[in-house]
Design a protein around this ligand. Structure first.
Ligand SMILES: *[C@@H]1O[C@H](CO)[C@@H](O)[C@H](O)[C@H]1NC(C)=O
Ligand SMILES: *[C@@H]1O[C@H](CO)[C@@H](O)[C@H](O)[C@H]1NC(C)=O
Ligand SMILES: *[C@@H]1O[C@H](CO)[C@@H](O)[C@H](O)[C@H]1NC(C)=O
Ligand SMILES: *[C@@H]1O[C@H](CO)[C@@H](O)[C@H](O)[C@H]1NC(C)=O
Ligand SMILES: *[C@@H]1O[C@H](CO)[C@@H](O)[C@H](O)[C@H]1NC(C)=O
Ligand SMILES: [Cu+2]
Length: 681
């Protein structure tokens, strides 16, 4: 951090070395594939050609790598020179002839391996193109034009958004969305100006409005004070912050080769997926004592999100979104802004998703990768008890962060995967952006005489209560695939035998889960440590090798089990689940999520109650936020964060950073005495 730093607003250039690195990244990706590399634009185009040769009239809803079998990947990894790389295959979800298809394309042989019509409940992820087309329909729809006129609004200031409809018990369904319109006139923040009381239903196959109800006229909230742009707010107040920058005069300490990132004692592979965003694979940590990389996680990614609103009015009750499976958490990612979204020392990576017609679409700067030094302490001690000089040993905490921001319409989700030299993987989810608000007749809380489903945030603006759950698929391989799941319960014990003047203490009672039903856990009551261990490997003194899940704030679902949205998002029933590895069990809310009935998801898979002891297991952790909006969330929300850590627990024989050279801290070559930067020694 330096006080001599330039004003970040005046510079939009990223130093050249990072761009150079980025070009290497793309080049390497073209030449030699890692079996888990995402599809390249060239491969996406091959998929497009092959699928279009089957169906002329087809829309692409998902295209991604058809993940090879884990055994094949691991055997390739054990000896990449001698073992053949598994054939590259693409997995496609497409619509043709009004049917959903699951298509697997072999990119080596250019053949369609399977083409299966899906006839169960639920529909594929929506495409941007069909949503854009749907939201244009109101602008020429006579009943809506009349509603707009009745409210004294002008049409060219109206903007409509599309929303998935959920499922509320009916048997038959069509591919439909609901629309909600907003008034722009005078603000970029139209989300704060709902034209409340109107519901549209659009048939996406026919691309026409099939339902319209103008139920009630509610004042459109004012534009005043809603526009968050600095130029509009004219940012009058000044906290007198001087500029801050992060300097790495010798460049970053990480390298990116293909999609493999190496930094400090970590190595992992990172891929972009249009459904889940970042997929971290094969995360391994170097153990200097063993002189080898030891695997911690085979694959980790955001599997599903669940955002149910608690407002029961006609215009709102259906809003119970599953953002990954309905809207695409990955394809909703946005380009990160250098110096604002990520610090100056960040490197940026691009990602590709597939547009509705099968064409590759690029998201520039979809990830940033940077070393974080926030002035924190990794470990320290001052020894002053002995005669002589005070002894102080301190190690600064420097970590590596991979970041993505997904903006699913109004909300912005900041997802960080952070790797610490002590072996911890820390995942942070930040929520910011704009609340979904309801237009209301109220201008003051005292006017509210009946049950409302939210907080009055401003005149005519009500912020409905809602949740955000984010479910992570964590295929941990703690030093190998054979793992067990252990609940270490901290239990109070009474002293009754007079062995101590104390009356109580606590002890650890370990329970190893035998089957899936033993591993469904709601955290937050009692003291239980959650561990994934490798019972075949021990530390020097005989403890099972392991990693611990350390959640931040725990939020458990509040909806009833028989409520429709809860059935669809039944993965939120518990905070923690464990399943045996199965290549096709990736999406906690099921594969076809839009209007799903909840018959294909984590909760139904785990009814099989499979054995999970000494098996290759997957840990699922769902973090949550209960969001009771407050006035500070208006007109734009300061970031709210939650997350979890995966921390080595009897994985190493001693503090893994004991024998590593500390970073050398040198003052920057400037007049400033307070600026410090770090150099590896
Ligand atoms: C393609 O399919 C869509 C949706 O089923 C249909 O509306 C459209 O008419 C079809 N176009 C052609 C050229 O067949
Ligand atoms: C649009 O905004 C302008 C400026 O704030 C205001 O004068 C005008 O009345 C608004 N028009 C409508 C139809 O809301
Ligand atoms: C329980 O497991 C923890 C973590 O692996 C370990 O530290 C502890 O020694 C175990 N306790 C017993 C009683 O086995
Ligand atoms: C993998 O999971 C799918 C979906 O739950 C299931 O149909 C299949 O039988 C499972 N495979 C194995 C080997 O258990
Ligand atoms: C150092 O300080 C002097 C006097 O304040 C100033 O003229 C000079 O530009 C400074 N140099 C740097 C590198 O900031
Ligand atoms: Cu929220």
């Amino acid at each position: 951090m330096g006080t001599k730093a330039m004003d970040p607003r005046k510079s939009n250039s990223t130093p050249t070395p990072f761009f150079l690195l980025f070009s290497l990244f793309s080049l390497a990706a073209c030449h030699e594939h890692h079996p888990l590399d995402p599809l390249t634009p060239f491969e996406q185009t091959q998929v497009q050609t092959i699928v279009k040769s089957l169906y002329q009239n087809v829309t692409f809803h998902y295209v991604g790598l058809d993940e090879p079998d884990k055994a094949a990947v691991l055997s390739w990894l054990s000896s990449p020179q001698t073992n053949q790389i598994p054939d590259r295959q693409a997995f496609v979800i497409a619509r043709a002839d009004s049917q959903s298809h699951e298509i697997v394309v072999n990119l080596a042989t250019k053949e369609v391996v399977t083409d299966k019509v899906y006839d169960g409940y639920g529909y594929p992820m929506l495409t941007f193109e069909e949503q854009a087309a749907a939201t244009q329909l109101p602008l020429t729809y006579a009943p809506f034009l009349a509603s707009i006129e009745k409210r004294g609004l002008i049409l060219d200031q109206v903007f409509c958004g599309s929303f998935t409809v959920g499922w509320y018990g009916s048997e038959a369904s069509k591919r439909v969305v609901r629309l909600m319109c907003y008034y722009i006139n005078g603000t970029i923040n139209f989300y704060m100006r709902p034209i409340e009381g109107i519901t549209f239903t659009v048939d996406l196959e026919e691309m026409k409005i099939i339902g319209y109800h103008d139920r009630v006229v509610v004042p459109v909230p004012k534009a005043d004070g809603t526009d968050y742009r600095e130029a509009v707010q004219k940012s009058t107040f000044d906290n007198h912050l001087k500029s801050i920058t992060i300097l790495q005069p010798d460049g970053p300490s990480f390298t990116v080769e293909g999609h493999t990132v190496r930094w400090a004692n970590w190595e992992f592979h990172v891929a972009f997926d249009m459904r889940s965003g970042p997929i971290i694979s094969l995360a391994s940590i170097y153990d200097h004592k063993e002189d080898e990389y030891r695997r911690v996680m085979y694959r980790g990614f955001v599997s599903e999100l669940f955002v149910p609103y608690m407002d029961l009015t006609e215009e709102w009750y259906y809003r119970t979104f599953l953002d990954a499976g309905e809207f695409g958490f990955g394809q909703s990612a946005v380009p990160l802004q250098p110096l604002r979204d990520c610090p100056e020392n960040a490197m940026f990576l691009d990602g590709y998703f597939t547009a509705q017609d099968g064409t590759p679409a690029k998201i520039s700067n979809v990830f940033c990768l940077f070393e974080r030094y926030a002035g924190d302490i990794m470990w320290r001690h001052t020894e002053g008890a002995l005669p002589g000089d005070l002894v102080t040993e301190v190690r600064p905490d420097v970590s590596l962060v991979l970041r993505m921001v997904s903006t699913v319409a109004n909300y912005d989700y900041v997802i960080d995967w952070e790797f610490k030299q002590t072996g911890t993987i820390k995942v942070t989810a930040g929520l910011t952006g704009l609340l979904a608000v309801r237009g209301s007749i109220y201008t003051h809380k005292d006017q509210i005489m009946q049950e409302e489903y939210g907080t009055l945030l401003a005149e005519n603006v009500l912020g409905p209560y809602h949740d955000h759950f984010i479910s992570f698929h964590l295929d941990l391989d703690i030093d190998g695939e054979t793992n067990s799941f252990v609940k270490a319960k901290l239990q109070r014990a009474r002293v009754t035998d007079g062995r101590s003047p104390r009356k109580s203490y606590w002890r650890v009672v370990n329970e190893t889960a035998k089957r899936e039903s033993d591993a469904k856990i709601n955290l937050g009551s009692g003291a239980t440590e959650i561990l994934v261990t490798n019972p075949n490997k021990k530390t020097k003194v005989g403890n099972d090798i392991g990693y611990r899940l350390i959640p931040r704030t725990v939020a458990s679902r509040l909806l009833a089990n028989d409520d429709y949205p809860q059935k669809r998002a039944a993965f939120t029933k518990y905070n923690v689940w464990v399943t045996p590895y199965n290549r096709s069990e990736k999406w906690a809310g099921g594969l076809f999520v839009d209007q799903s009935h909840g018959d294909d998801n984590l909760a139904t898979w785990s009814l099989r109650d499979r054995e999970i002891e000494k098996k290759d297991i997957v840990l699922w952790y769902t973090l949550g936020f209960h969001h009771v909006p407050c006035s500070e969330d208006f007109p734009i929300m300061p970031t709210l964060t939650n997350g979890f850590e995966l921390k080595p627990t009897n994985f190493f024989d001693y503090n893994p950073m004991l024998k590593f050279k500390p970073l050398k801290q040198v003052p920057t070559p400037s007049n400033s005495t307070s600026s410090i930067h770090l150099l590896p020694q």
